[in-house]
Design a binder for this molecule. Sequence first.
Ligand SMILES: [Zn+2]
Ligand SMILES: [Zn+2]
Length: 375
Amino acid sequence: MNKKYNWSMVLVLTLIPIIGIFGTLAYSYLNGVVWHEPIVMLTGWWIAGMGITFGYHRLFAHRSFKVHPAIQFIAMLCGSAALQNTILKWCSDHRTHHNKLDTKEDPYSITKGFFHAHIGWVVEARPAEIKGVHDLEKNSIVMFQYKYYWPIAIGLSFILPMAIGAYYGRPLGGLLWGGFLRVTLVHHFTFFINSLCHFIGKRPFEPESTARDAWWVAYFTFGEGFHNFHHKFQWDYRNGIRWYDFDPGKWAIKFLSWFGLTTELRKVEEYQILKARFQGLKESMQLQYHKIPNRIESTYRQKIQNAQEQSKKIYNTWHELEKEFTLMKLDGFKDKFRKAVLKQKRKMLRLEYASVLNSLTVLLLSIKSGNYIQG
Ligand SMILES: [Zn+2]
Ligand SMILES: [Zn+2]
């Protein structure tokens, strides 16, 4: 089937990087570089990138936390500077991506190729459908942006950096560094979330999904590199679940919560993550099952069955523990001794779960390598 393209979009998305890269190079060669310009570019890139991660993605598309209206307005402005269409359209596409992942209806499905997932889908002529965003249609900040999107977006993406450039005496330098080059970077590094994050990395939670976890991709995508986890628990305000995982979006949301500016941060419990990890490992094993020789198949089935029972037992105990912990928290932790006991118990359960996951990982590796465990 011949694809139809939106040629004005093709032109715009070709000219922006050409002017951004070659225009900036030529300008810098002829006029030199002043220190303001890389600073304007890097600052603008981070502000707009965070506008997408913090605002468009985790706040508006996934509602993973609540935020003070002033911060919501700032997030809307920062996201507009990324020049990635309105919140309504972006979230409509993104929610469809999650709900219809890897199907024909997924707007940026990787199953249609890397180029399609990266930018091809943006330049294809498609009906500008907006659906599944009724909650956002009731949001006055979102609707304000929808009404005045182009003046806001063009103003912040090009006019503002040009004005900053004029302030230090080089309007064209400001426009090239802070406008064209900066928008190019924001575009393609966001596009990597749809392409690279469905292309490179591991799949610990959903082995059959195309979404992947790669810690290093997080550095290119403002912390969105843990995409297999994100597709499993899309409403979690984090993408990188370990405190040291590079995830500036998560850090900003948490930081603002200390001042009461973000509230109701949604976060999946640790034992539910471990259960999902168990399930992921089990599914990975099932995919490899055909490789196991008949003579030891029953041994493997028994081992998996045992691990399943252990996992269930630990999960149920941990679930009860968290229920009790929450009740104690509501009560202001009056019984300090019981609190310490529960914390210690939690540590033990964590170790027990890790041991079950490790034994399952060993089983999986033995199937993959062909070095079967006999007993
Ligand atoms: Zn995705
Ligand atoms: Zn998402």
